[in-house]
Design a binder for this molecule. Structure first.
Ligand code: BES
Ligand code: MN
Ligand code: ZN
Length: 512
């Protein structure tokens, strides 16, 4: 991954491939005009104060994500200046926001793919700004190149290697808060990028066993406790939901439990992730056009995995248990049929009316297992319904919960870390649509409000009295459009930063 370093060098003296500066749409008297953001002073001075004019001549406007390249002025060791748009300049006495910095750093880092080293001279006012630029650069530089040849053809034909080193200028290498912000940015970005890798990995290589093995290796590396239930253990334990979903596949399902504990922890969080390594729909097969990206159906489990490892790397004073419900949903002679009844881990029976509503079945078992430990709160993360994508679009995840305050807190946390999220209700009247003539509940209900129906189903498998929230990340988990800000095409790592921040705030006693 891209390395992140701090330097006290002035921009002209940095030996690098490029110097990144910020530009914005001016506020106040320069309203609408392009302005050079703090950090770009040295470049501006070398251009005799004409930098804004030069950039406007090149077509720059300061719009968010806009990238303009120009030759560095004489006296600079780097050959290139890259001006990245920050959007609107903040009003008087206000600073550039963390998300604007993250996005700008991300867009710049992505535009520098193939380069060795770039200096980031963006407007960082404090440690939070340092963290934001660092995180944005590391996330924006990400590229999934495992299956591409980045060595030959000068990288022209296949993938370009990501920017090798991002140097933060204007940060103080000896300042404790600045150093901590960089360390946090590196841990979050490395683990989030690892989650992206897992999502992008083709499903013929990432099956439930492979995912479980990766979790075991990470647990060893970071001193986590890990327990993997294979198909035999799942059968012995009565995990009918996970087994029922996995029964059609040649790759057997797994339930992975990852535990991070801190000796001074006062609280215990449980994170539960949907880990369908490929969702064909099963016997209720998805038509062509709906299955090409379904390797992304383990994004929830990838987010949970990344969050637990990050909590460990940051040594947070909170206990965090991650549950990865891993299965491949395939049609075959041994697959669950529409009409089958599964006996779930909780003891409830479920009539499977549609084998494509599989996520709620694996989550139900994992939620019940998580509930047995009576954690202070459970948060599940899942690419659960197409209905949520229709409702909120492709960049926003829905939050449902059995506790209004907890749902609100998660929305605030998401906003703080730069994830778009919106609260969704769990209307009681939708429950009766899942009444089954044969079993305790059916895995399908009314089509209208399908995302909320799924949430209501999950709620039935949360232990009595436990605070629970459900994040439906079906929209933002996988970006099928072009990259933007620090978000690449493909796996995005949706949910990771919200879970990590939730753990941090819980550790600090600022939540619940
Ligand atoms: N994995 C899908 C949901 C999904 C859709 C994720 C689009 C990402 C992008 C899920 O398992 C599914 O198939 N849900 C069905 C439920 C229905 C059969 C009740 C859906 O949303 O159509
Ligand atoms: Mn499905
Ligand atoms: Zn699915």
């Amino acid at each position: 991954m891209t390395a992140l370093t701090l330097s006290t060098a002035a921009a002209p003296g940095l030996r690098a491939d490029a110097i990144v500066i910020g530009v914005a749409k001016g506020a106040g008297s320069s309203s609408g005009d392009l302005v050079v953001a703090p950090g770009g002073e040295a470049v501006e001075a070398a251009y005799d104060g004409r930098l804004a004019d030069v950039l406007e001549t090149l077509g720059a406007s300061g719009a968010e994500g806009e990238v303009t390249k120009l030759p560095a002025p004489s006296g600079f060791k780097a050959p290139l200046v890259l001006a990245v748009g920050l959007g609107a300049e903040p009003g008087e006495d206000a600073e550039y926001g963390a998300e604007a910095l993250r996005r700008a750093a991300g867009a710049a880092a992505r535009a520098l793919a193939g380069a060795q080293k770039a200096g980031f001279a963006l407007p960082v006012a404090d440690a939070a700004g340092v963290g934001a630029v660092g995180e944005g650069a590391l996330l924006g530089a990400y590229a999934f190149t495992t299956y591409k040849d980045t060595g030959g053809n000068g990288g022209a034909k296949n993938g370009k290697a990501p920017l090798a080193e991002a140097v933060l200028l204007g940060a103080k290498p000896r300042d404790k808060a600045h150093k901590a912000a960089v360390e946090r940015a590196v841990a979050v970005a490395e683990e989030l990028n690892r989650a992206r890798d897992l999502v992008n990995m083709p499903p013929n290589d990432l099956n439930p066993q492979a995912f479980a093995a990766i979790a075991q290796a990470a647990a060893k590396e970071h001193g986590l406790k890990v327990q993997v239930l294979d198909e035999k253990a799942l059968a012995k334990g009565g995990y009918g939901g996970i087994l029922g979903v996995g029964s059609g596949s040649a790759s057997a399902p797994r339930l992975v439990k990852l535990s991070y504990t801190h000796s001074k922890a006062a609280k215990h969080l449980a994170f539960v992730g949907k880990g369908i390594t490929y969702d064909s729909g099963g016997i209720s097969l998805k038509p062509a056009g709906h299955n090409e990206t379904m390797k992304c159906d383990m994004s929830g489990a990838a987010a949970v995995f990344a969050a637990v490892v990050t909590a460990a790397r940051l040594n947070l004073e909170v206990n965090v248990t991650g549950w990865l419900a891993l299965a491949e949903n395939m049609p075959s002679g041994s697959a669950t049929r529409p009409g089958d009844v599964l006996r779930m881990y909780s003891g409830k029976t479920v009539e499977v009316l549609n084998t494509d509503a599989e996520g709620r079945l694996v989550l139900a078992d994992a939620l019940w297992a998580a509930s047995e430990e009576n954690p202070d709160a459970i948060v599940d993360v899942a690419t659960l319904t197409g209905a949520m994508v229709l409702a909120l679009g492709t960049r926003t995840f829905g939050i449902m919960a059995n506790d209004d305050a907890f749902r609100g807190a998660i929305q605030e946390v998401a906003e703080e870390v730069g994830e778009d999220a919106w609260p969704m209700p769990l209307p009681e009247h939708l429950r009766k649509g899942m009444d089954s003539a044969t079993a305790d509940i059916a895995n399908m209900g009314e089509r209208m409000g399908g995302g909320l129906v799924a949430g209501l189903f999950l709620r039935e498998f949360v232990g009595e009295g436990i605070t629970w929230a459900h994040l439906d990340i079906a929209g933002p988990a996988f970006n099928e459009q072009g990259p933007f800000g620090y978000t690449p095409k493909g796996g995005t790592g949706s949910g990771v930063r919200t879970l990590v921040r939730l753990a941090e705030l819980t550790a600090a006693g600022d939540l619940g």
